[in-house]
Each structure stands twice: as structure tokens, then as C-alpha cells.
Design a protein around this ligand. Structure first.
Ligand code: HPA
Ligand code: MG
Length: 217
């Protein structure tokens, strides 16, 4: 198997009931199932960090896509900074944070807002950039962000996303490093939100109808 290939999350190989793990009691009725337990996420992050470092040729600017990417970013950077390349070098890292917003309830608004000033963008020139995202759904947010960053002539841009959604709405965009391919359902937890709720849940879970209604805006 290609070691770069993501883990395919299907009901046959991932089927955890809410009773199998601890979830915060304030979300008791708001979740349908646990899709990826926190421990499995952490084990996968270790491998993704290894793949990224193996491909690394010099200093890296790691860009966190806020807010959803913050947990994956934090855990990934923690592993990357302890690893060395095949010839024994550690990798100089600098960290950037970009706020991107496009979702309202469980649908993409189509209008992608990217918080980057001209001045911040100029800093990317000639650098090796790694973008860290929580999820690729339709792919349109990432395609817009990449177009914007490419204008500032970085030396390279790679993208890692913890999740990619198997959805007919996909524009076909696939990141360089993917953790898990998930079914076409709205997921929350591990910093992924529904109208800002559920970021305080460790496992990646499918939201229930009750949850969607309780936190709708
Ligand atoms: N969950 C949370 N945020 C998202 C999702 C999702 O399934 N898809 C796109 N952004
Ligand atoms: Mg997001």
C-alpha cells in the first residue's frame, strides 16, 4: 500500500458507539457516533509528521488555518519539532496563523474570508510553506487560499489536512498529506466546530439532528 494513502474511514472499519469512550456530558444528545477516537488521531498525526519531515529540504513556515486547524497544527508541530531528517538534521520552523471563514451551520457560504494583510503575505516570498488544515470538504476554500498565496512567490507550498470528505460536491482538490478520508457527514470535535460549538470535544464525531437544531443560527 502507498504509505501516503489516507486511512479510509467507513462504517465497516470505524464504528464506535458513544458508550465506548468518554464524551463531555453537555454533548450527550448532540452526537450520532464517534468516528475517530482521539488516540487514533494522535497515532496518525505521528505518521503524518514523519512523512512531512522525510520530504523536508530546509526551514519550514508552518501555517495554521484557524480556527479548526489549531488542534491538528499544535499536535503536528509538537511531533515535527522532535524529529530529524534522514541525515540527522532538525528542521528550523516558523509558525504563522491565518483565519479563514466560510461555513454557516453545516453549509459552505461560498464566500471565503481570508485574514492576511499585504505585509504578512510578502513574508512568504522564497519560503517553503506547509499549510495545516482540519478538513477538505468541497475544496473551494483551499483552492482560493492557494491562489492567493501563490501570488507572493513562495519557494514551495504543501498542504496537509487531517480529514478529506468523500463528497460529490468536491472540486477534486487533494492535499499532499491526508490523515483520514471520511464519509459525507458533518463532523465535529478535535477543534472542528458547528457554529463555534464542539471545539472542546477530543474525538471526531458525527453531529446528530438534535445537535444541529440545538446550535443552529
Ligand atoms: N465539520 C466541521 N467543519 C467543516 C466541515 C465539517 O464536516 N466541513 C467543512 N468544514
Ligand atoms: Mg475549517
Amino acid at each position: 500500500m502507498d504509505p501516503r494513502k489516507w486511512i479510509d474511514v467507513t462504517p465497516e472499519n470505524f464504528n464506535y458507539s458513544l458508550d465506548h469512550f468518554v464524551i463531555p456530558s453537555h454533548y450527550d444528545k448532540d452526537l450520532e457516533s464517534i468516528l475517530i477516537p482521539h488516540g487514533v488521531i494522535m497515532d496518525r498525526v505521528e505518521k503524518l509528521a514523519r512523512l512531512i519531515v522525510n520530504d523536508c529540504k530546509g526551514p519550514l513556515v508552518i501555517c495554521c488555518i484557524l480556527k479548526g486547524g489549531h488542534q491538528y497544527f499544535a499536535d503536528l508541530v509538537n511531533v515535527i519539532k522532535k524529529l530529524t531528517t534522514k541525515d540527522g538534521h532538525s528542521i528550523p520552523l516558523s509558525l504563522e496563523f491565518i483565519r479563514v471563514k466560510s461555513y454557516h451551520n453545516d453549509a459552505s457560504s461560498g464566500d471565503v474570508r481570508i485574514s492576511l494583510t499585504e505585509e504578512e503575505c510578502q513574508e512568504f516570498k522564497g519560503k517553503n510553506i506547509l499549510i495545516v488544515e482540519d478538513i477538505i470538504d468541497t475544496g473551494s476554500t483551499m483552492v482560493k487560499l492557494l491562489k492567493r498565496l501563490e501570488q507572493y512567490q513562495p519557494s514551495s507550498i504543501r498542504v496537509t489536512s487531517l480529514l478529506i470528505k468523500k463528497t460529490p460536491k468536491s472540486n477534486g482538490y487533494i492535499p499532499d498529506y491526508v490523515g483520514f478520508a471520511i464519509p459525507d457527514a458533518f463532523v465535529v470535535g478535535y477543534a472542528l466546530d458547528y457554529n463555534e460549538y464542539f471545539r472542546d470535544l477530543d474525538h471526531i464525531c458525527v453531529i446528530s439532528e438534535h445537535g444541529k437544531q440545538a446550535y443552529a443560527q
